[in-house]
Design a protein around this ligand. Structure first.
Ligand code: AMP
Length: 172
């Protein structure tokens, strides 16, 4: 088992001053390592049997769509504001500075369908919390969260519904 952290680089002050950005792109270039980091999320899918995986734009799309395709599950893109056509449901959420908005297409979610939210990284939890609330607003049955990386010091999982399964593969 290779040390996954050796494939995650740290970039200081990106995208803004004071942030240590975890760059997981080197993992995607190494199929065996990518498989290794995806395996626990695959197990989560096998256990929870979701109808859909919902990926958060944009880095969440990479692993969510790959896992959905590989496991014959539907994929739902959760997008940033004003990217989706047709009827959309939206939710505003607070960032460190200012606000942002996530959206989904209203008609794509069947009532009570079981959904796991997937993102590359859990930091403060604001994004994942908003994504989960948005899916619930759409009538979905949110059953869990999966992340490749978790920054545990930021206590993001405390903001998420603690009755749900929350899986993160690499913890800092
Ligand atoms: P948060 O809402 O604080 O949990 O932030 C999570 C979102 O921001 C994820 O979609 C990540 O892609 C991104 N993000 C936040 N902090 C970092 C970081 N230190 N390195 C890489 N991505 C980050």
């Amino acid at each position: 088992m290779k040390n996954l952290k050796s494939y995650i680089s740290e970039v200081n002050n990106f995208p803004k001053e004071g942030i240590v950005f975890k760059d997981i792109n080197p993992i995607y270039g190494e199929p065996k390592i990518w498989k290794q980091i995806m395996e626990p999320l695959r197990n989560l899918i096998i256990t929870l049997k979701p109808d859909y995986l919902a990926g958060i734009e944009s880095r969440g799309f990479i692993s969510a769509s790959a896992l959905a395709f590989k496991n014959d599950i539907g994929f739902i893109p959760i997008r940033k504001a004003n990217k989706l056509p047709g009827k959309v449901l939206s939710i505003n959420y607070k960032l460190e500075y200012g606000e942002d908005r996530l959206e989904i297409q209203e008609d794509h979610i069947k009532n009570d369908s079981k959904i796991i939210v997937i993102d590359d990284l859990l930091a403060t939890g604001g994004t994942a919390e908003a994504a989960g609330n948005l899916l619930k607003k759409a009538g979905a049955n949110l059953i869990g969260y999966g992340f490749l990386v978790e920054l545990t010091a930021l206590k993001g999982r405390k903001r998420l519904d603690n009755e749900l399964v929350i899986e993160s593969v690499v913890k800092y």
